[in-house]
Design a protein. Structure first.
Length: 72
């Protein structure tokens, strides 16, 4: 992920995500200001993101698989 210097209207299709039902399960995730019915999730260390979103209606968090590095 790289910070863009100019805002664009690009979109990205998220095909897989992890569901995290309790926001207190995160160890290092920041939340953006409210935008509509969502808060976007960011890396709390480097503030890069969004890496996912938090639904204010359901209180469920979704972390986009393609936005984070993970090891199996």
């Amino acid at each position: 992920m790289q910070k863009k210097s100019v805002e664009t209207d690009e979109t990205e299709l998220i095909t897989k995500c992890w569901v995290v039902k309790d926001m207190f399960q995160f160890e290092n995730v920041g939340f953006s200001n409210t935008i509509g019915n969502f808060k976007y999730l960011t890396c709390a260390d480097c503030e890069m993101g969004p890496i996912g979103w938090h639904s204010l209606e359901t209180k469920i968090n979704y972390v986009a698989d393609q936005r984070v590095k993970h090891y199996s």
